[in-house]
Design a protein around this ligand. Structure first.
Ligand code: PAJ
Length: 286
């Protein structure tokens, strides 16, 4: 563990560029986050720190990716505990810009990633992936990292960023990391803290439904419709409202009828007023 003086907290783009410029010869890793950091983020930071000499964690609650202003308002902002957390996990620099620093004037340029953004969350959160892709490209331009780390928890976001980087020849290696879960299987998320104890007790059903589907696939089931039906039955309890439960091709994020290629089973569900997402990977060789 390093002492608190080791981590640098930087709020402006100019200062960050000045700070990173001399270290340009060494590789730089970026871990983009919106803060309220938990062990899921921690594993990304630790992985980045073991693989790269200089790790920048960005903490920015990006207004352009929220479709619901109240969701943006209530998003937890915990910079001082986040700074200690980053320090403990081996980060070197925190870049925590204000909204004015990132968007000094209303932007006129956006990144639209096509079909991969359309299904799953894209259908229910219009403009969300445009906001994500645009802010991530801005962060890539500001930090100019060699690698950037993203969690499979947000599998569609990962696929969107991978596609953007390919389409626009962005010279950043995208490094995926597996979903980190609570001991009862609930995927870690800063949104979990909004759950009441009762809601928290049913939230692991999302992962149970996914696990159940995986074991049915192990037994030979290939039909997306039957897997979907079975998983929906697991989630048919008071207090859970499923927004989507889809089986998609893992790279294109397009719904499939039969599992033949690498796939993902992805869920979004409302537990009370909290929207949770989760997914599992289904390798083609199952
Ligand atoms: P945020 O939700 O803070 O997540 C930051 C990164 O942590 C993402 O890559 C996400 O997939 C990863 N992550 C979150 N929970 C995880 C878990 N339980 N296990 C593994 N990884 C997990 O995603 C965003 O922020 C934003 O959209 C961002 C990319 C920063 C753009 O604003």
């Amino acid at each position: 563990m390093r002492s608190p003086v080791d981590i640098e907290l930087i709020h402006t783009i100019a200062q960050l560029r000045e700070r990173l410029h001399p270290s340009r010869s060494a590789p730089i890793a970026l871990v983009p986050t919106m803060g309220a950091l938990h062990t899921g983020h921690g594993t990304l930071i630790t992985k980045a720190a073991t693989e790269t000499a200089c790790v920048v964690v960005s903490i920015f609650v990006n207004p352009t990716q929220f479709n619901d202003p109240s969701d943006y308002q209530r998003y937890p902002r915990t910079l001082s505990t986040d700074s200690e957390f980053c320090q403990r996990h081996g980060a070197h620099i925190i870049f925590a810009p204000s909204a004015e620093e990132m968007y000094p004037e209303p932007p006129q340029t956006f990144v639209e990633v096509g079909a991969v953004s359309e299904h799953l969350c894209g259908k229910f959160r219009p403009g969300h992936f445009r906001g994500v892709a645009t802010v991530v490209l801005k962060l890539f331009q500001i930090v100019q990292p060699d690698r950037a780390y993203f969690g499979e928890k947000d599998a569609q976001q990962l696929a969107v960023i991978q596609r953007m980087v390919r389409d626009l020849n962005v010279p950043v290696e995208i490094v995926p990391a597996p979903t980190v879960r609570e001991s009862d299987g609930l995927a870690m998320s800063s949104r979990n803290q909004h759950l009441t104890p009762e809601q928290r007790s049913i939230a692991p059903l999302l992962y149970q439904a996914l696990q159940h589907a995986l074991s049915t696939i192990e037994k030979g089931e290939r039909s997306a419709a039957s897997l979907q039906q079975q998983a929906l039955a697991t989630l048919a309890v008071p207090g859970i409202r499923v927004e989507y439960l889809e089986i998609v091709d893992a790279a294109s994020m397009q719904p499939i009828e039969t599992i033949q290629t690498d796939a993902r089973i992805a869920i979004a569900a409302w537990v009370g007023s909290t929207r949770l997402i989760d997914n599992v990977f289904v390798p083609a060789c199952h």
